[in-house]
Design a protein around this ligand. Structure first.
Ligand code: AVI
Length: 319
């Protein structure tokens, strides 16, 4: 096949030193934390794809069903000839639902997991030969710029899967405002947002019976060991995820099973028994709650779609 992907690297060639610094500052903080973006090494991205197929993990299939149902309306709102930019494109699966129906001629996938990004955008380019495909390896928790060769007159942002929920509301607002800056007038943002619901449904989604989510969380420790040389043994930690209704978020932690001391470069990191590393937040919103956040970041809500069980929402916002 002649399908090509224009690749833009926006991560430093060797990002291990910055990663080491970021991880170290989290592990020496009280309480200990590690950014969820580090969950996505190649293995982690694969595990996340598995999570999306778990019976307990309703967000993926619910969002896909909403998108499949409303894609003609989305196509109307987006109009022809825009550039589609996906944040956290992963396996680039959901975007296929849009490409079948929207008349966009350019796609840019942005993801932090390089090989994963390259493979999935290559498959996309092969399957949609008329589409100009770009891939940017970037950390979008930091301010991003569009690659220079992309100067769209109009852009449609796609931020599916409730990844926005992995930011705190304050970070989410900052991210959305930063994105707003990149959007030419008339641009839109299609964003999937998980909704607050019964605590047992929420907690089951992050504590699946097959243990894939636990594996996804614990894989972080293997990664830190392999890439940063942190002397850490995953058998001494366990996965813990729960819903905090006061903050309306799932918290995911790695709990130390024992009191232990870890060596990391020249630093010593001490754990009490039961002390944890907070590895992820996943905020759950109400429809009006999210609309208000988007409005504070400068957007106008055009449409919101929710499945009939009220599990998940998809918002079309305009800049
Ligand atoms: C990517 N993100 C929206 C997922 C979530 O639900 O917060 C990541 C995840 N963590 C555990 N399971 C899935």
């Amino acid at each position: 096949s002649t399908a090509t992907v224009q690749f833009h690297n926006q991560l430093p060639e060797d990002h291990a030193p910055t990663m080491a610094q970021e991880v170290l500052s989290g592990l020496t903080f009280q309480p200990k934390y590690c950014s969820p973006k580090f969950l996505y090494d190649h293995k982690g991205s694969e595990l996340f794809e598995k999570i999306c197929e778990l019976p307990e993990y309703y967000p993926t299939r619910t969002e896909e069903a909403i998108l499949a149902r409303v894609v003609p309306e989305i196509a109307n709102l987006a109009g022809p000839g825009a550039t589609l930019v996906e944040f956290g494109s992963g396996a680039s699966r959901k975007v296929r639902l849009l490409l079948e129906c929207l008349s966009v001629d350019r796609y840019l996938g942005i993801d932090i997991s390089r090989d994963f990004l390259i493979n999935s955008t290559r498959r996309l380019a092969a399957d949609y030969p008329w589409l100009e495909v770009h891939a940017a390896c970037a950390d979008f928790t930091q301010p991003v710029d569009l690659p220079e060769s992309i100067e769209p007159s109009r852009l449609v942002g796609f931020f599916p899967g409730s990844s926005i929920g992995n930011f705190t509301p304050q970070e989410a607002e900052r991210f959305l405002r930063g994105l707003h800056r990149l959007l030419p007038p008339g641009s839109g943002l299609l964003i999937g947002v998980d909704l607050v619901k019964d605590q047992t449904i929420l907690e089951a989604a992050y504590n699946d019976r097959a243990g894939v989510t636990a594996e996804f969380n614990l894989n972080l420790l293997d990664r830190l060991r392999r890439e940063l040389g942190l002397e850490i043994d995953r058998k001494r930690f366990r996965h813990h995820a729960f819903f905090d209704p006061r903050q309306s978020r799932i918290e995911m932690h790695l709990v130390s099973r024992v009191a232990q001391v870890l060596k990391f470069n020249h630093e010593t990191i001490r754990f009490r028994e039961g002390e944890s590393i907070h590895t992820e937040n996943s905020y759950k919103y109400s429809v009006p709650g999210f609309q208000q956040l988007a409005a504070r970041a400068g957007y106008t809500g055009r449409r919101v779609w929710v499945d009939d069980k009220g599990l998940f929402s998809v918002h079309y916002l305009v800049a």
